[in-house]
Design a protein around this ligand. Structure first.
Ligand code: GSH
Length: 99
């Protein structure tokens, strides 16, 4: 299965100190769809930035990371690539919010 629940990594911050979350994505990207699907099941505030609809978002992603790959989750302006890692981070963060 895609979305097996993982243990909470220690680096995941407490939602009592909420992080600014922004997901760079575009709709036809299957890895983005995977992240968005999981995100839809979690009660989290994440700004969505579509890199195909808005060239500014694509430019910013490239400037900050040297890459245009999506999905990329910015956590307080720190980029996190790889859909599996993004999902794991979001799940752990949401789990802390429930605790
Ligand atoms: N292993 C990555 C794959 C991500 C990926 O291949 N994204 C594609 C879109 S589906 C992409 O951004 N390609 C353009 C690029 O790398 O600049 C993940 O799971 O997130």
């Amino acid at each position: 299965m895609w979305f097996t629940r993982r243990s909470v990594p220690e680096h995941v911050p407490s939602p009592k100190q909420p992080r600014r979350l922004a997901l760079y994505k575009y709709d036809s990207c299957p890895f983005c769809v995977r992240v968005l699907r999981r995100l839809g099941q979690l009660d989290l505030q994440v700004e969505l930035r579509d890199t195909r609809r808005d060239p500014q978002h694509r430019r910013y992603l490239q400037e900050q990371t040297g890459r245009t790959q999506v999905p990329c989750l910015f956590i307080d302006e720190q980029p996190l690539f790889e859909s599996a890692d993004i999902i794991a981070w979001l799940e752990a963060y949401a789990a802390q919010a429930e605790a």
